[in-house]
Write a protein that binds this ligand. Structure first.
Ligand code: F6P
Length: 546
C-alpha cells in the first residue's frame, strides 16, 4: 500500500526550502554563464526524444535533494504497488492497472486470482476484428452503405483521450471521418448531426458507468435521430456500438453484446484510452497503429519502472513540478505543444492532472498542509504566442512551461516547420534569459531613440526572464511517440500524487455539482423549486420567467 508521507516534515524538504531561498535570488542565465556543461548535465535522451530541463531554476544540489524526497516518500515501493495491482485507489477500493492495458499480454498479471492480460488481449482482438470489418466495409450500415463517419459520444475520460489521440494521429487516418460529441449543450450534437448522413454513420457510446447524464442524453437523442432518419428501429443494431463496464445498462439501451467492448473497474476513466475506450482511435488509425501507440506507452512505462530516478523522465518531470509548486510557490503550469495536431493535449492533461491531484485531503484523511496540483492549461504554439504569452513573459506570476516539439515535419510545408521550431526554441530562450535594462537601453540607443524616450520606455521593454521551462523534443510525431508522451504525463501525475500524499485515482470533487444539477433540473422542467441560496434562486427565477 502507499505509505503516508508528509512533504513538509521530510528531511529533504528542510534542505530544499533553504535551497529555494538561494535559488529565488539566482538567475538561471547566470547558471548557464558559469557552467558550459549545464545542458549536458540537465537533459536526458532516451530513444527517440530529448527531455531538456536545464532551463529550470535548479542546480545539482536541488536535483539531489528532490531525488532524496522521492526516496523518503518510498516512490519505488509506490510504483511497484501500482504496477502489481495493489488496491492503491483506496477510497474506491480498487487497483490501478491502466498500465496493464498497454502491457505485454504474453506475460500473465494476476488480479484477484485471475490473469487480466488474457482478458485485455480478448478485448483488443474484439476491437481489431470490429475495426477491420468497419474499415473494409464488411460491416456496413443498415441500407448497405459503407461507413464514412464515426461519432464518439462520451465525456471526460470517455472523450478527451480518444479525441486528443485521433487529432494527434490524424496523419495516420485510414479514411473514416471522426466526430466527438460530449457536451449536454444540444448544440454539440446538433452541429455534428447536421454534417453526417445517417446511413453512413457509426455511433460509439463510451461511458465507463453508463450513467453519465450528458452521454445518456446525447446517445438517446442520436438513437432517435437515426431511427427517424432511416425509418426503422432495427437500424440501431448496425449503427451503434458501446464501450462500458456496465454491460446490463448497455443492453437496456439496446446495443447488443456483440457490439459492446468492455473494460474493468481497475481502469480510471481519465486513464482509459489504452483499451476499449480507444476504439475510436483504432477505427481512425487502424489496429496496427493502435498497437504502436500501446508499444510507445509500454516503452515509457518500462523506462519509468526500471530507470534510476536521476535519469527517469516522468520522475524528473514530477519532481521539477514539485520544486516549482511547493518550494518556489508557482501555482500554475502551462503545456505548450508546438504541434497543431496536439492542440487538445492541454485539455486532456487538465482532466488527467487536475482530476487526479486537485485535492486537499491527504491519504491520512486529514486536510493537507502543503500545496497540491497546480492549474494546468495551454494552447499550441505559435497561436498562444499571439494571445497569452505576454503574461508568461512579463506577468507578475511566474508560470513554468512544458514546450513539446517534433524535429520531423508532419506536413509537406517543411518551411513552416522550420519557423515553428525556431519559435519554440526562441520562446524558451526568451523566458529563461529575458532582456535586462542595460540590454534594452543599448538596443534602443542603437535604434536612435532619445535618452528621454528611452527612460519612458525602458521598464516596459525589460524581460526579467528566469521563467522555468522543460522542453520535450521528439524525433517524430508517430503513434509510438504519442503513446510515450502520454505515459510520461500519466506517470508524472502518479509520482506527484505519491509525494503529495494524495489518492490520485478517485474524483469525489465532481460529485456535488452533479447531485445539485439533478435537484435543480426538475424545477427547470416545470416542477417544484427546491430550497436554494438567494443567488441561485434569483438566476433560476429569471430562467423560469422565459
Ligand atoms: O465526472 C467526472 C467523470 O466521472 C470522469 O472521471 C469520467 O471520465 C467522466 O465523468 C465520464 O464518466 P463515464 O465514462 O462513466 O461516462
Amino acid at each position: 500500500m502507499l505509505k503516508p508521507f508528509q512533504i513538509n516534515e521530510a528531511e529533504a524538504s528542510g534542505k530544499l526550502r533553504e535551497l529555494a531561498d538561494k535559488m529565488m535570488k539566482t538567475h538561471t542565465r547566470a547558471l548557464f554563464q558559469s557552467d558550459a556543461q549545464r545542458f549536458d548535465r540537465f537533459h536526458l535522451s532516451p530513444d527517440g526524444l530529448t527531455f531538456d530541463y536545464s532551463k529550470q531554476r535548479i542546480n545539482e544540489e536541488v536535483m539531489n535533494e528532490l531525488v532524496k524526497l522521492a526516496e523518503e516518500a518510498d516512490l519505488k515501493g509506490a510504483i511497484e504497488s501500482m504496477f502489481t495491482g495493489e488496491k492503491i485507489n483506496f477510497t474506491e477500493d480498487r487497483a490501478v492497472l491502466h498500465t496493464a492495458l498497454r502491457g505485454d499480454t504474453s506475460k500473465p498479471l494476476l488480479h484477484e486470482g485471475k490473469d487480466i492480460m488474457t482478458d485485455i488481449q480478448l478485448v483488443l482482438d474484439q476491437m481489431s476484428a470490429f475495426s477491420k470489418n468497419i474499415l473494409s466495409g464488411d460491416f456496413a450500415g443498415f441500407t448497405g452503405k459503407r461507413f464514412k463517419h464515426v461519432v464518439n459520444i462520451g465525456i471526460g475520460g470517455s472523450d478527451l483521450g480518444p479525441l486528443m489521440v485521433c487529432e494527434a494521429l490524424s496523419g495516420f487516418s485510414q479514411g473514416l471521418k471522426m466526430h466527438f460529441v460530449s457536451n449536454v449543450d444540444g448544440a454539440d450534437l446538433a452541429n455534428v448531426l447536421a454534417n453526417v448522413p445517417a446511413d453512413e454513420t457509426l455511433f460509439i457510446v463510451v461511458s465507463k458507468t453508463f450513467t453519465t447524464q450528458e452521454t445518456l442524453a446525447n446517445a438517446a437523442a442520436a438513437k432517435n435521430w437515426l431511427v427517424q432518419s432511416l425509418g426503422n428501429e432495427a437500424a440501431v443494431a448496425d449503427h451503434f456500438a458501446a464501450v462500458s463496464t456496465n454491460i446490463p445498462a448497455v443492453e437496456k439501451f439496446g446495443i447488443s453484446a456483440m457490439r459492446t467492448f468492455g473494460f474493468w473497474d481497475w481502469v480510471g476513466g481519465r486513464y482509459s484510452l489504452w483499451g476499449a475506450v480507444g476504439l475510436s482511435v483504432m477505427l481512425s488509425v487502424g489496429p496496427e497503429n493502435f498497437k504502436d501507440l500501446l508499444r510507445g506507452a509500454r516503452y515509457a512505462d518500462d523506462h519509468f519502472r526500471n530507470t534510476d530516478f536521476k535519469k527517469n523522465v516522468p520522475v524528473l518531470m514530477a519532481l521539477l513540478g514539485i520544486w516549482n509548486r511547493n518550494f518556489l510557490k508557482m501555482a500554475s503550469h502551462a503545456v505548450l505543444p508546438y504541434s497543431n495536431n496536439l492542440r487538445r493535449l492541454p485539455a486532456y492533461l487538465q482532466q488527467a492532472d487536475m482530476e487526479s491531484n486537485g485535492k486537499s485531503s491527504g491519504r491520512d484523511g486529514m486536510r493537507v498542509k502543503h500545496e497540491t496540483g497546480p492549474t494546468i492549461w495551454g494552447e499550441p504554439g505559435t497561436n498562444g504566442q499571439h494571445a497569452f504569452y505576454q503574461l508568461l513573459h512579463q506577468g507578475t506570476d511566474i508560470i513554468p512551461v512544458d514546450f513539446i516539439a517534433y524535429i520531423t515535419p508532419l506536413s509537406r510545408f517543411t518551411d513552416h516547420h522550420k519557423k515553428l521550431l525556431a519559435n519554440c526554441l526562441a520562446q524558451s530562450e526568451a523566458m529563461m534569459n529575458g532582456r535586462s535594462a542595460d540590454e534594452v537601453r543599448a538596443m534602443l540607443s542603437k535604434q536612435g531613440m532619445s535618452e528621454n524616450r528611452i527612460d519612458e520606455m525602458l521598464q516596459h521593454k525589460v524581460f526579467e526572464g528566469n521563467r522555468p521551462s522543460n522542453t520535450l523534443l521528439f524525433d517524430e510525431l508517430t503513434p509510438f511517440s504519442v503513446g510515450c508522451l502520454v505515459s510520461f504525463y500519466e506517470n508524472k501525475i502518479f509520482v506527484q500524487g505519491v509525494i503529495w500524499n494524495m489518492y490520485s485515482f478517485d474524483q469525489w470533487g465532481v460529485e456535488l455539482g452533479k447531485e445539485l444539477a439533478m435537484r435543480i433540473l426538475p424545477a427547470i422542467e416545470g416542477g417544484e423549486v427546491p430550497p436554494l441560496d438567494g443567488s441561485t434562486n434569483g438566476l433560476l427565477q429569471l430562467i423560469l420567467r422565459c
